[in-house]
Design a protein around this ligand. Structure first.
Ligand SMILES: Nc1nc2c(ncn2[C@@H]2O[C@H](COP(=O)(O)OP(=O)(O)OP(=O)(O)O)[C@@H](O)[C@H]2O)c(=O)[nH]1
Length: 724
């Protein structure tokens, strides 16, 4: 198949088909951009391959036969491999498949004989994702939609026909679902507006997110509030999942708490926590004070326009200094109540359970000031806090209802998934028929696994749910490909600047969606100029045979976080294919492990360092002993003062700290015997080729070439990086 045909039929469709036939469908996203770029670099008429061959070559190390350029461009270049591919000069140009190709590796040390081929700068193959978001509502007309989207009425009408819907006139009301579908097909994001007209609006409990620096006592504080002991049960003693709990206060009021993890790797989850929350409790340890993630939490709250209540924890500790913490917070711009501002501060001890009543009062007061009310009846609007796959029960989503009532049996669209709610459970696992605002529940009955942060909307029928979910999937996929295409372009640009950069493909599997994303983000933070961590596939659930197949095809290692040890048949298959499987339950350990792998894989930088130093104590002259000319030879009588002096290494001579000569050693003797090395503390006689002007007190340094590898650095807050 020629590229032209491939292009005609649609690159993505052909490749997707080919990928599914080679069971590599997961990788389509990361491969397509390369294909686009390949297509742009080459004359489309001249490339011949089947999609299957093309895909397997893309996966299996970028074979050269697919990169075949027509006259006059006799060779082409592939940025990912750094190889030039040259056609045989006896080959006729054109559409014929070449008989046998020769390829030459680019020799970076030598200047090219012919004018070098400059690869074209990678270009975006798809339009950047439009940022436009419009507000839609039930009963809006096509005319209204056209105004908001900026599209013509006729184009929206034809989209409407394409999605199987019909209106008699452009002034007929559309359902909110159809309006969303039409806008999405036009490439525009939507925000749904729900009318509360005629509905009962009642006060609702506040949703509170506890945030703060790692180990400042978030989990302990929630434990103290709900009188349970989750902290002790967590792997490695740190929180790794987003949880939601309702805490009934002594006053009879209730508060919904989100327990978000404090580790740096989970900032994406924290960001989502802040987006559904009404109030943020900022926990700061009284002995430790304001730390990097305290500031990060403040930024999240600020970005989500959520008010903060400060809980200064660990006030029982002898080193506690609440006043210092208050001053630090004030200097970071928090206007605390004690200092004339309106941000409430409470001093607590999660360990001794002191100050909790105060905290409770502050939260309820804050909620009262915010006058939190929601529509109680009518279809629910809710958000996914977490999602996971249960072997027996299928996809499960932890959700918080924002408005309305979520009921068993309703059809819902959750992100781009859909389903009919089979069961609703409260946070202690008890079955319930419905969920009201601010109530965290677990829902069962979805067809696929949603993402943490997805919205949940109730629709009137299964058909509507399917239609909307399919439309959202199409839009999601289009946006994803656009994003990958942009990301890939950046990667190519970077790899051209740093030709020695090694790629480290990875597959990430984790127990829940939020963790998959957190781990992927953390791995990407380990990218460095020498090693590029390329996450080729991510997924929720245990490591499967298809993960091993994909890892084999693209030379990836598999990272399993909080997943079960794979069955022995999968482990054996992985070992046979030399695929590394890294299983972890604690994020620090995972990042350390991967960091060490990256350090191993990094080519490192070559550096010259001093291996030994000798001081000249005496100078001897041997008359007419030079082998070459029968001239005199000067010998430096030295003592090795550091490291060791080696005959084969390069030497340099230092006088008063200045380098006066660089060369090599032509003779090294110890007690009249020729030797290869002399260690610290010993004396030796040394001759330097082409140098005779020794002076007593000169320093002779022996130099050696070493490869310096990058270092894996992890800070106390859990932030990690690779330092080159
Ligand atoms: N003395 C004292 N120790 C506390 C207090 N609160 C928490 N700690 C201790 O501080 C350590 C960290 O507490 P966690 O509750 O796990 O902290 P966290 O902020 O939830 O930590 P991550 O989940 O890792 O972000 C534990 O050893 C707790 O026992 C307190 O009020 N006083």
């Amino acid at each position: 198949m020629a590229w032209r045909e491939l292009g005609k039929r649609g690159v993505q469709a052909s490749i997707a088909r080919a990928l599914s036939s080679t069971s590599q469908h997961h990788a389509v996203g990361s491969i397509c951009p390369s294909i686009h770029e390949g297509a742009e670099k080459l004359n489309p008429d001249s490339v011949r391959c089947s999609p299957e061959t093309f895909v397997s070559s893309m996966l299996g190390g970028f074979g050269y036969s697919e990169y075949w350029a027509k006259e006059p461009q006799r060779r082409c270049y592939h940025a990912s491999t750094g190889w030039f591919y040259r056609r045989r000069t006896d080959e006729p140009a054109g559409l014929k498949t070449p008989k046998k190709e020769k390829f030459v590796k680019r020799d970076k040390t030598q200047a090219p004989v012919e004018a070098p081929y400059v690869p074209p700068k990678p270009q975006r193959t798809t339009k950047p994702v439009p940022d436009k978001t419009i507000e839609i509502f039930e009963g809006m007309t096509i005319v209204e939609l056209a105004k908001r989207t900026g599209e013509s009425i006729s184009s929206l009408q034809s989209i409407l026909v394409n999605v199987g819907e019909k209106v008699d006139s452009e002034f007929d009301p559309l359902s909110i679902d159809v309006a969303e579908l039409v806008a999405m097909e036009a490439g525009i994001n939507v925000r749904r507006l729900h009318s509360s007209e005629g509905s009962e609006i009642l006060p609702r409990p506040p949703v509170v997110t506890v945030m703060g620096h790692v180990d400042h006592g978030k989990t302990s504080l929630l434990d103290a509030l709900r009188q349970t002991s989750v902290a002790a049960r967590e792997a490695g003693g740190i929180t790794q999942h987003l949880g939601a709990f309702v805490v009934s206060m002594q006053s009879g009021a209730s508060i919904t708490f989100l327990d978000t993890p404090g580790h740096a790797a989970f900032s994406a989850m924290r960001a989502r926590g802040a987006a559904v929350t009404d109030i943020v409790v900022l926990v700061v340890a009284a002995d430790d004070g304001v730390m990097p993630q305290t500031l990060e939490a403040m930024s999240h709250a600020k970005a989500a326009k959520v008010p903060i209540v400060v809980a200064i924890n660990k006030c029982d500790k002898p080193a506690a200094n609440a006043e210092r913490v208050k001053l630090q917070l004030a200097s970071e711009g928090l206007l605390l109540e004690d200092m004339g501002g309106d941000i409430q501060v409470v001093e607590v001890s999660a360990l001794k359970k002191t100050g909790l009543d105060n905290l409770e009062e502050c939260l309820l007061l804050q909620a009262e000031m915010m006058d939190l009310k929601s529509r109680i009846d009518g279809p629910a609007q809710a958000y996914v806090v977490e999602a996971r796959l249960d072997r027996g029960r299928g996809p499960l989503a932890t959700a918080i209802v924002k408005a309305g009532t979520l009921e068993c049996g309703q059809h819902v669209v959750v992100g781009s998934e859909w389903g009919r709610i089979r069961a609703i459970r409260d946070m202690v696992g008890k079955l319930t028929e419905h969920a009201r605002p601010a109530m965290p529940v677990e829902i069962e009955g979805l067809k696929g696994l949603p993402m943490a942060g997805d919205d949940i909307i109730v629709v009137e029928s299964e058909d509507r749910a399917r239609m909307l979910s399919a439309g959202r999937k199409r839009k999601f996929e289009k946006d994803r490909l656009n994003k990958i295409s942009e990301g890939r372009t950046e990667v190519l640009e970077l790899s051209e600047e740093v030709p020695e950069r090694v790629e480290m493909p990875m597959i990430v599997k984790a127990d829940v969606q939020g963790t998959v994303q957190a781990v992927t983000d953390a791995l990407k933070s380990l990218n460095s100029p020498q090693v590029f961590v390329n996450v080729v596939h991510v997924g929720v659930g245990p490591i499967s045979q298809s993960d091993v197949d994909l890892a084999q095809a693209c030379g990836a290692c598999i990272v399993g976080f909080n997943v079960k040890t794979p069955p022995s048949c999968i482990s054996v298959a992985a070992t046979r294919a030399s695929i590394k499987i890294l299983l972890h339950r604690v994020i620090y350990h995972l990042l350390e492990d991967i960091g060490n792998l990256i350090v191993d894989k990094a080519p490192g930088t070559s550096e010259t360092q001093v291996a030994g130093e000798a001081e000249v104590l005496n100078i001897f002259e041997l008359k007419g002993r030079s082998k070459a000319k029968g001239a005199d030879v000067k010998i430096a009588g030295c003592r090795v003062i550091d490291g060791c002096v080696t005959k084969s290494s390069t030497v340099r001579l230092l006088r008063s700290g200045e380098i006066v000569f660089e060369g090599c050693c032509s003779s090294l003797k110890r007690e009249k015997q020729d030797v290869e090395t002399v260690k610290k503390g010993s004396e030796c006689g040394l001759v330097i080729r082409d140098w005779e002007d020794f002076q007593i007190g000169d320093i002779v340094q022996c130099m050696e070439q070493v490869i310096r590898k990058p270092k894996f650095i992890s800070s106390e807050s859990g932030a990690v990086r690779i330092e080159c």
